[in-house]
Design a protein around this ligand. Structure first.
Ligand code: ACO
Length: 402
């Protein structure tokens, strides 16, 4: 007879930790967060310094290789990445299989997962060269696949990558250029896009990164692992929050309705939450949110947008929430996604592409974390336990007697 209580009482080394709020799953040298102080560092460098002084390629190099590149290393890295920006021509046909109104994140999950069917020559996860080539391929191809997911949704021809353009510029070019007319990327917007990518590049063991590591712990190939990460990121409690923030701001509509929505968020009987507020780790301002707010003002200034009602609503929301006891007690502050949607909207990026952009940026962190895991000699297959609360010892009843 099974005695479940005794079974767990007798089982050694067992922690019950729903949501893994206090479980460290790995050792890592990539990102450090002090959530109480609002600190984020990559490989020891503050996110403020990186966002202010580096471009995304430098940060990608840092995450992957552990050091900031010198001029020569940076130039070689950029060159290596641009060599892989094209995707296999047959992948065009994959896009055609999706409905035109498919969410671009659905397309991303499918197409990125399908890369493993095309790049057989870099799938050996035990070969460091294969691992590096797959990493470069993923970082290089994400902007192409992301822009094509958008082009597919609007029925425009796909634009091929241009290797004379920088990473963020090339992405914007593939998004907005058409074969019919010259498209010049605004350098201020390209810089802002680059900064958005830096701010989303890595964030230690969040849900999607943990998903990538868990998938990779079984020996799955990196393309499959990143597709798993994209699927996890899609949820509104994670990467989908940037899309949800903009939808929420649009629903609020005018700054005078902010109080009504704050009251809804505080009501225990209402499932509504203020999107872009709160974080599992930060119990202080998310440092990325501050940089994002500054970038938001810069972009609106460059575009000559003096009156953006959504920004007014966001600022009013932030002000009220920061003065409200509920948010103060629960330490709910704006997170990275609170202002990013307003910037992306101003740049002409449709709402459904917001989480895709997050995935594009986070691919660098995911792949760096995946590499670190594979190289860790203590790495084992991820296999959480459970507390069984179901029936035991039931008498089996044959089908015809049920
Ligand atoms: N609005 C209102 N109340 C909130 C919010 C919010 N945005 N976030 C948390 N709370 C409340 C909860 O109701 C809960 O209250 P209770 O203790 O009375 O039950 C308390 O604060 C703690 O919330 P949890 O859900 O337990 O916190 P957790 O760490 O599990 O969740 C999360 C963090 C998912 C980010 C949450 O704050 C949230 O849903 N925020 C909105 C979605 C969002 O912005 N997600 C983006 C996260 S950042 C990123 O992925 C890039």
């Amino acid at each position: 007879v099974v005695d479940v209580r005794k079974f767990y009482a007798d089982t050694d080394h067992f922690t019950y930790d729903p949501g893994f709020t206090s479980t460290g799953s790995c050792e890592s040298k990539i990102s450090f967060i002090d959530g109480d102080k609002g600190i984020l560092q990559h490989r020891g460098y503050s996110i403020e310094d990186l966002a202010e002084n580096c471009d995304f390629m430098e940060v990608a190099y840092l995450l992957l290789k552990g050091e900031l590149p010198n001029m020569e290393e940076k130039s070689k890295f950029e060159n290596d990445i641009t060599m892989h920006t094209m995707v296999h021509e047959q992948l065009h046909k994959f896009f055609d299989g999706f409905r035109r109104d498919a969410h671009p994140m659905a397309i991303m999950v499918g197409v990125v997962g399908a890369l493993s069917a095309f790049y057989h020559d870099s799938l050996d996860i035990n070969d460091p060269h294969h691992r590096m080539v797959s990493s470069y391929r993923l970082i290089a191809k994400m902007p192409t696949i992301a822009a094509w997911a958008y082009k597919y949704s609007v029925g425009q021809p796909f634009m091929y990558p241009r290797n004379d353009l920088r990473y963020a510029e090339d992405f914007l070019h593939m998004m907005f250029a058409t074969p019919c007319e010259e498209y010049k990327v605004n350098p201020v917007l390209a810089k802002a896009m680059d900064r958005i990518l830096i701010l989303h590049a890595d964030h230690e063991q969040n849900a999607s990164t943990s998903t990538v590591r868990l998938a990779g712990s079984s020996g799955a190939n990196p393309f499959a692992c990143i597709a798993a990460g994209i699927a996890c990121l899609w949820g509104p409690a994670h990467g989908g929050a940037n899309e949800a923030v903009l939808n929420m701001l649009q629903e609020i509509g005018t700054a005078d309705r902010v109080g009504e929505f704050v009251a809804k968020a505080k009501d225990k009987n209402d499932p509504f939450r203020l999107m872009g507020f709160g974080h599992r780790v930060y119990k202080n301002f998310d440092p990325r949110a501050k940089i994002m707010a500054k970038t938001c003002h810069e972009v609106l200034g460059e575009l000559g947008i003096k009156d953006e009602p959504l920004l007014d609503i966001a600022m009013q929301l932030e002000k009220i929430a920061l003065e409200d006891d509920y948010f103060i007690e629960k330490k709910l502050y704006p997170n990275v996604d609170f202002y990013s949607g307003i910037i992306l909207k101003a740049m002409g990026i449709p709402t459904s592409m917001f989480t895709v952009l997050f995935a594009l940026a986070r691919t660098t962190g995911w792949i760096a974390q995946w590499q670190e895991m594979i190289e860790d000699p203590s790495q084992r297959i991820g296999r959480p336990r459970q507390l069984y609360t179901g029936d035991v010892d039931r008498k089996f009843v044959p089908l015809h007697q049920r």
